[in-house]
Design a protein around this ligand. Structure first.
Ligand code: GYE
Length: 350
């Protein structure tokens, strides 16, 4: 018995060694390998927000087997070390392409070099990295600083239209520290606050989640009773901030003269725009999470031997239910503001 078990164990071990030496075959949903499929490893940030869920769904839909892909999805749970491990796993599985939505901007050189040494093209999506651009094939994402500038320009224009002459006592609930989304949006905030003389009462991270957004806002409200504007760096934080303000017995709204607290937000998710339509959020600056189709076509271009733009920024809109401000001007360029209606909301794809 014992000898037979040992022999079986040795054969098993040999099979594993042989398999890994040849590189494990790509697994399809049925557990069989299908060489005609393009294998793509995707390291996603996590599941921290509505935006993120829409992004994940969009990628999963576009990278289906019917569309010719074998997608290996890895959720990093907002930890960069998990992403670095996922990239190593993708390399050892010898995937055809790697897609990374980098949680933080720095700390990528080694990991990208490993993928590049293995000859696997890497596409960065949504957030950016500060690594040498020769280490990745292409990057597609948002111009986060521009988003922030548009939000701040809106606030300035709105207060001017209202002829508001009082103090702007503002709070910035930041996203994940070190994320390019946070770096860009926070930089625009800092610059605008300096330029327009806004009084910054607090600047703290809400980690892009509703729970943390609420928690930090509750503590800020205990320290400051004169907050009149909150710049929330995503929709989920805005929901938490709204709840914190209401449970402190204060009112969220657009009438700053009457003591209402103005909320600004980013993402324009369905839930976020619902709160924009009802006036809870004054202006919501778009950040489009629907990357699936764009990424799939980028991979197909590479498959066909084509080349990609190194950096692509996607176009994004801005929404408000308030009709006072119809456009904003940033660095000499004018961007229209869409006046939100129920019809527009009903047609939103996310
Ligand atoms: O704003 C937030 C998400 O990276 C742009 O991450 C993305 C941000 C988005 O968690 O909701």
């Amino acid at each position: 018995m014992k000898t037979r078990a040992l022999a079986a164990g040795l054969w098993g071990l040999l099979a594993i060694i042989l398999l890994s030496a040849c590189g494990a075959p790509a697994e399809t949903g049925e557990g069989v390998s299908d060489d005609s499929l393009i294998t793509v490893g995707f390291s996603q940030v996590g599941a921290e927000s509505d935006w993120r869920t829409s992004c994940t769904n969009s990628v999963m839909e576009a990278f289906s087997e019917e569309n010719g892909f074998n997608l290996i999805f890895s959720d990093a749970q907002q930890k960069q070390e998990n992403q670095i491990k996922a990239v190593r796993d993708f390399i050892s599985q010898d995937v055809d392409y790697i897609i990374i939505d980098p949680i933080t901007e720095s700390g990528w050189d080694q990991s990208l070099k490993e993928a590049s040494d293995a000859g696997i093209p890497v596409i960065l999506v949504d957030r950016a990295v500060d690594a040498d651009e020769s280490l990745y094939t292409a990057a597609i994402g948002s111009d986060f600083e521009l988003e922030g500038k548009k939000a701040c320009a809106y606030l300035k224009a709105y207060l001017d239209k209202m002829s508001y002459k009082g103090e702007v006592n503002i709070v910035d609930i930041q996203g994940t520290i070190g994320a390019s989304a946070t770096i860009g949006r926070s930089k625009a905030f800092d610059d605008a606050a300096k330029k327009y003389g806004w009084n910054v009462l607090a600047q703290e991270t809400g980690e892009f989640t509703q729970a943390k957004g609420q928690e930090v806002m509750e503590s800020i409200l205990k320290r400051h009773d004169n907050v009149n504007v909150v710049y929330c760096e995503n929709d989920n934080e805005a929901f938490g901030v709204r709840d914190a303000i209401e449970s402190a017995g204060k009112k969220v709204g657009n009438n700053i003269e009457k003591g209402e607290i103005i909320l600004l937000s980013f993402d324009t998710t369905r839930a976020g725009l619902t709160e924009t339509l009802n006036g809870t959020i004054l202006v919501n600056t778009e950040c489009n999470p629907l990357y699936g189709e764009r990424l799939a076509s980028m991979v197909k271009t590479l498959e066909e031997g084509g080349t990609l733009e190194k950096h692509t920024y996607i176009d994004e809109d801005q929404y408000s239910a308030n009709e006072l401000v119809k456009s904003v001007t940033v660095d000499g360029k004018t961007y229209p503001v869409t006046i939100l209606t129920q019809e527009i909301l009903d047609e939103r794809p996310y």
